[in-house]
Structures are given as C-alpha cells and as structure tokens.
Write a protein that binds this ligand. Structure first.
Ligand SMILES: Cc1ncc(COP(=O)(O)O)c(C=O)c1O
Length: 367
C-alpha cells in the first residue's frame, strides 16, 4: 500500500505545523560536499565542549546504564537549590528546556485559549501552543529587533493563558532590561503564566539584565527556564530546568513522564555546577570572540544586532538562502535568517577564535 493512500486521520492541527528542520549535521555536509573540515556555527553550542568533570561523571555513570534514571533528579535538584538559595521543590527538570517548553501548554492551555509570544522568537513556543489546541498570538519585535513589551501587553485578554518572554531573545540575541520586565509583569493579571526563557542567561554581559530569581516571591505566576545546553556545553545530554514556586512546579509534575531526564544528563549537569573555571572560560572566550566578530563586521560594513548570547545576527544584505549555501560549500554551517522571517540575515554561533576567523574569511569571499 502506498503511504499517501493511507486512511489514517491526523489531527487538523498537524496541517498547521511543519516538522523542525535542524541545522545540518557536520558529517552529512562532509559527505555530501566531499569536504574534510566542516565548522558548525548553527545551533549555538559551546565551541569549547563541556567540563572535564562532566565527562568523568558520564563515564562513571556507564555502569548504571541498565537502570532507569532517578525520576526526581535528586542530586541535581539539591545542588541547584543550594547554589541559588531556593528550596529543592522549586525546581523542575526536562530533556532540554525544549522538554519543558512542550509541557507548559499541556498544563496551562485548553483548546481555544490564547498564548502570546514575540516574532521572531524561539519557534518551539508556537508548536507547543498549537499542539495543545491553543491559539498562538505573535507580536512583532520593534524596529531595533527588541521585544515590544507594550504591544505584547496590549494583546492580553480574558482568553490569554501563557505569555512567552525570551531574554536574551533567540534568534536576535537582543535583551530587555530589568525595569522593562518589571513594568511588563505589573501589567499581567496574576492568573496568566509568564515564561521567562533564559537559555543564554550565563552569557549576558549587561548590568541592567533582569535578575528574575529575585522576582519569584513578587510574581507567583512566573516560570524561569534555564538550560545546561549552552554555557555548560551539554546540548547532547538534553537537560534543562524550570524554577518557580512549589504550586506551579506541582502542576508541571502532573504532565511529566516518569523518567524524562537520563542519568548521564543528571550526573553531567551536577558535576558541571562544580566547575566554575570552565564556565568562566566559556564566558570570557565568548565575549572576546564576540568583540572580534563585531570588529570584523564593522570593517566589512555589515549591520549586526548587539548580542547578549553566544550568537550574532548579521545582515548580509543578500538572500540568506544563497549566502547559507555558499558558506556551506566552504564547509561552514550557519543558520540562514529566512527561517526566522529575516531574509537577508544570518545567525552565526560565536565559535573559537580560529572558527570565527575562518567564518569571516569565507563570508568576505561569499558576499
Ligand atoms: C531560547 C531558547 N530556549 C530554549 C532552547 C532549547 O534548549 P535545550 O532544549 O537544549 O535546553 C534554546 C535552544 O537553542 C533556545 O535558544
């Protein structure tokens, strides 16, 4: 039987959702283009890898492979609680923050409810809202590619259940300030959940960035999201966490599957928290190489968005599909802006100095 003649009836919502197309894997590009060296600057991973303590912890955990993981993530929960001065019950874990983003609408959105996000912002919010039967209300970024929090507040109505703020924002790398966030949160009725996605929190350099942890008592409706995929370099382990109050965490616990975070991820994350040196090295390397890329873009005369993350959005003034393909042929994988509705832009992850240099040389040739 031909697959396209199947009688299976899918949910209507699937007609409105495209499968996620990830950045091309390095090995595929090598094989397809016959290249020996390929650099991936497409998924905002840590170019330095991860902490050696995390690696050792994962190797040690190999002997536990036959056992289900600790469904409560007890050691990591306690370690984070101690580090942040919060209660262990204020944490919730997922297979990446992706895993938590998928669960939030399951807990808080009924079919027909509205959920507000910016555009462009992290695309998984939209998919997760729609899969729960919700209506995704997208509010364009302002002319500086920053969140337009006033416009987002204006979209709030009786059907609004969840609002997604991504700070700093992916794919633009831009941020809003502590004052802006506080002014916004004051406008949000307390029955609406506000997700503060802080995946790039550890890379932020600006002093006026919000300290959301300090707001947990003031705003019981916020859920803060952080991840071990970025500065901790554990993207493949799949582990992220949410911070809120016990009641909100209790709601999320009802939609979680029992063993959603694997043992390797748990032990690697816990060990990473002990390696401040690796984190600081990742932070300073990123800062230096960001400055390098800014300088190079300035020399070439390319507009870029000041970034508080480990990636930069740069406007090549050319079709991003073509620039992307041309860079690919030179062995450099970036994220073309058209996938975010920014047709002439590229999102490039800040790699090692060598990778950044190679990227700049290739970019000059391509454009
Ligand atoms: C803003 C934002 N949120 C969440 C995620 C998901 O990260 P992970 O599932 O690896 O924790 C990403 C990944 O790129 C991101 O950029």
């Amino acid at each position: 039987m031909r697959v396209d003649s199947m009688k299976i009836q899918i949910r209507n919502v699937l007609n409105d959702i495209a499968p996620y197309i990830p950045g091309k894997p390095i090995e595929d590009v090598k094989r397809e283009l016959g290249l020996e060296r390929v650099i991936k600057l497409a998924s905002n991973e840590n170019p330095l890898g991860c902490s050696s303590k995390a690696k050792e912890a994962m190797v040690d955990a190999i002997n536990k492979s036959a056992l289900y993981p600790d469904g409560n993530c007890t050691d990591l929960r306690n370690a984070l609680a101690e580090k942040m001065g919060l209660k262990p019950t204020q944490f919730f874990f997922g297979a990446g923050s992706d895993g938590i983003i998928e669960m939030i609408p399951k807990a808080f959105i009924e079919p027909g409810d509205e959920s507000i996000m910016a555009f462009p912002s992290f695309p998984l919010y939209e998919t997760s809202i729609k899969l729960a039967g919700g209506i995704c209300v997208q509010v364009p970024l302002d002319k500086n590619y920053c969140f337009d929090l006033d416009a987002m507040a204006e979209k709030i109505n009786k059907r609004t259940k969840v609002i997604w703020l991504c700070n700093p924002n992916n794919p633009t790398g831009t941020m809003y300030t502590r004052e802006q966030q506080d002014a916004f949160l004051q406008k949000v009725p307390e029955n609406i959940v506000v997700v503060l996605d802080e995946a790039y929190y550890e890379y932020v350099t600006r002093e006026d960035y919000p300290e959301s942890l300090a707001l947990l008592d003031k705003y019981p409706n916020i859920i803060i999201l952080r991840t071990f995929s970025k500065i901790y370099g554990l993207a493949s382990a799949r582990i992220g966490y949410a911070i809120s109050n016990e009641t909100m965490i209790g709601y999320l616990e009802r939609v979680r599957s029992p063993f959603n975070v694997c043992t390797y991820a748990q032990v690697a994350a816990t060990a990473s928290l002990d390696d401040e040196e690796f984190k600081m090295l990742s932070y300073s390397t990123n800062k230096e190489n960001k400055e390098f890329l800014y300088n190079e873009f300035n020399k070439i005369g390319l507009r870029y968005l000041p970034s508080e993350t480990n990636f930069i959005m740069v406007d090549t003034a050319k079709d991003s599909k073509e620039v992307f393909q041309a860079l690919l042929r030179k062995g450099i994988i970036v994220r073309p802006g058209y996938v975010f509705g920014m047709n002439t832009w590229l999102r490039v992850t800040i790699g090692t100095k060598e990778e950044c240099e190679e990227f700049v040389e290739a970019l000059k040739e391509v454009i």
